[in-house]
Structure formats: structure tokens, C-alpha cells
Design a protein around this ligand. Structure first.
Ligand SMILES: Nc1ncnc2c1ncn2[C@@H]1O[C@H](COP(=O)(O)OP(=O)(O)O)[C@@H](O)[C@H]1O
Ligand SMILES: [Mg+2]
Length: 148
């Protein structure tokens, strides 16, 4: 969940909860996800998984509780100041950009001048090197998810 090159650490949720009016979407939850671990959050549809991820990312303000990344309390930080990346159910790829340019977009936005090596490495890692010049609509759902 945390960016491997940025300030990392455990993801620690303390009493995190979310209500919409009288409706409770997430009951108070304590959870620590150790740094470097692969963690799956399973549960019935509507039980609050996405809302919890959105609170970690800062896209949803918790009604109670706190979010720590390592030693840092990020509960009040806006999303763009958190070292968190989220791949949602819809992949939010740019339809007019090819696969290479979709992957390059974030790096270019960070001001990197030469992105080719990094993009090629990432595409190879997810076995999409051959698809670099295709557009998102030419890929399968799983391939699009790997681009995201
Ligand atoms: N913005 C919202 N306003 C009101 N209710 C919401 C809102 N977002 C989610 N919910 C409700 O909160 C519950 C948890 O939703 P969600 O976290 O998306 O579940 P899931 O575990 O399937 O990802 C659901 O009952 C959903 O209908
Ligand atoms: Mg969901």
C-alpha cells in the first residue's frame, strides 16, 4: 500500500470509522498492515472495504479514528501529500494515450526528464512490454489493471 521509494512504514488504522448521516459504512476498525507485506481485505459487498481504502488514501475523511503511515499521522493530510497509491475497480487509464504513455504520465508529472528506462522496466515486470504501443481499449481487463 505504501510507496516503496517514499517514506514507508506500517499502515496503522486506529479506531477508524465512517458514517454517512445515520448510516455507518465502517464500524470502528483497528488494523496494522506491516511494511512490505501483501495484505488482502476480504468481505461481503458493501461491508466497507473501499471506504476503508479511501480513508487510507485521504479521499474520504474518517468520522473517527486515525491513519498512521509509519510514524506519521496522516489523518489530516490531503491525498496528494500521502505516499499512497490506489488501483480502483475502474482503472482510470487515459483512453487517448497508449500503454507506454499511460505509465509514463505519473513520472512526467513528477518532473522526470527521461522516463523510458523506468517505463520499460515496469512494463516488463507486468509482462506488457509487447503491448506498449496499444491503446487501453485494445487490452483485456486484466492487462488494463496491470497498466493501472
Ligand atoms: N458516499 C456514500 N454515501 C452513503 N453511503 C455510502 C457512500 N459510500 C459508500 N456508502 C455505503 O457504505 C457501505 C460500504 O461501501 P463500500 O466501502 O463501497 O463497500 P465495499 O466493501 O463493497 O467496498 C455500503 O453500504 C455503501 O452503500
Ligand atoms: Mg468496493
Amino acid at each position: 500500500m505504501t510507496n516503496q521509494t517514499g517514506p514507508g512504514g506500517d499502515v496503522r488504522l486506529t479506531g477508524i470509522a465512517k458514517s454517512y448521516g445515520a448510516f455507518t459504512a465502517v464500524h470502528p476498525l483497528d488494523l496494522t498492515v506491516p511494511q512490505g507485506s501483501f495484505f488482502a481485505l476480504l468481505g461481503a459487498s458493501g461491508c466497507g472495504k473501499t471506504t476503508t481504502l479511501r480513508m487510507i488514501a485521504g479521499l474520504e475523511e474518517p468520522s473517527a479514528g486515525s491513519v498512521h503511515l509509519g510514524d506519521q499521522d496522516v489523518t489530516a493530510l490531503p491525498p496528494y501529500k500521502r505516499p499512497v497509491n490506489t488501483v480502483f475497480q475502474s482503472y482510470a487509464l487515459f483512453p487517448h494515450l497508449d500503454i507506454f504513455e499511460n505509465v509514463a504520465f505519473g513520472l512526467r508529472r513528477r518532473g522526470l526528464k527521461s522516463v523510458k528506462k523506468q517505463v520499460d522496466e515496469m512494463l516488463d515486470l507486468v509482462q506488457l512490454g509487447e503491448q506498449a504501443r496499444k491503446k487501453p481499449h485494445q487490452l483485456s481487463g486484466g492487462q488494463q489493471q496491470r497498466v493501472a
